[in-house]
Write a protein that binds this ligand. Sequence first.
Ligand SMILES: NC(=O)c1ccc[n+]([C@@H]2O[C@H](COP(=O)([O-])OP(=O)(O)OC[C@H]3O[C@@H](n4cnc5c(N)ncnc54)[C@H](O)[C@@H]3O)[C@@H](O)[C@H]2O)c1
Ligand SMILES: O=P(O)(O)OC[C@H](O)CO
Length: 328
Amino acid sequence: MSENISIAIIGGGAWGTALASIAASAGHDVIIWAREDDVITSINKDHVNAIFLPNCPLDRGIKATSNMDDVAHVDVVLMVAPAQFTRATLKLLPASINNIVLCSKGIEAETDDLLADIVAQERPEAKLAVLSGPTFAHEVAMGLPAAVTLASKDAEFGELLVQKLATPKFRPYYSDDVTGAEIGGAVKNVLAVACGVVDGAGLGLNARAGLIARGFAEMTRYGLARGGRAETLAGLSGLGDLVLTCSSENSRNFSLGRGLGQGKSAADMLSNRSSVAEGAFTAPVLQASAKKLGVAMPIVDAVCALLDGRSNVQHVVDALMSRPLKAE
Ligand SMILES: NC(=O)c1ccc[n+]([C@@H]2O[C@H](COP(=O)([O-])OP(=O)(O)OC[C@H]3O[C@@H](n4cnc5c(N)ncnc54)[C@H](O)[C@@H]3O)[C@@H](O)[C@H]2O)c1
Ligand SMILES: O=P(O)(O)OC[C@H](O)CO
């Protein structure tokens, strides 16, 4: 690959748009494939994504399209559709694409597949990497510093992507643990919902810190059971992202949980939003997956009970606090 490469971003939401900014500031040719006409017009005409990432001016060289043929000859594709649409969106990719970076966070509901599993099934010839870490899109797009995990089993591909995507404001760290990187990003979204509940119900900062630490224990148990490594889960894509998302109302998952903690219904909140709160979709499949693996995830169980309206905050807190006492 030459010094400056061509990059297609598949998905014109907030994160896809922020990643386009990074890729453009690293000097690459960037095109965003988006589903929404108003997103495409806004990027091409006004150089901003007024729908999903307002108030963040974009490099004027970034183009947007709804035509997959326009991305057929790029060097690298960054997949940024929400996790539950990753398979369907991958099926639309031109056959010529063979370098894929997954940038979304979640577990597929019907199959319990991680997104890398989906790529292996749908595009078995493709080189694959995962980019994940503590990154609120608006901060990245405004040029504030951020660091991420860039995981690929193919070290040459992973190291090349690190070089191509690094900027003075965006620092990728290479890892060969694709599973660990994916699990951290998927599980932290569910735990952020739980932290939002603590905030919304006014349960205090001690409760939130306790929940982050015990949630991290759940993330680690589950990640190890699926073949991830402990040091990845303790890194940027795991603990790093957990801390970010569990401590800010800027997180869509945290704010969904906050609403639950205030007694709102998940169904009402989810039907009224166009941005994605991945934790709501990951929680049930994660719960089922953990059960199958024999991994205890009581905080995830509590989030599921609140999301589907089976329980209330007082009840799940009482249940969590009255579990048998044990060693840490
Ligand atoms: N926003 C962030 O700060 C951030 C940061 C890191 C990772 N992520 C991850 O990136 C992924 C995308 O999130 P986002 O924040 O860019 O989205 P968003 O909430 O800003 O926008 C929603 C996106 O969903 C897409 N969408 C809706 N219905 C669809 C369908 N049927 N098929 C395909 N796409 C559909 C929309 O086109 C849009 O791109 C998520 O997995 C999220 O966890 C987001
Ligand atoms: O707004 P959230 O909760 O989807 O979090 C966004 C990113 O995943 C933070 O790294």
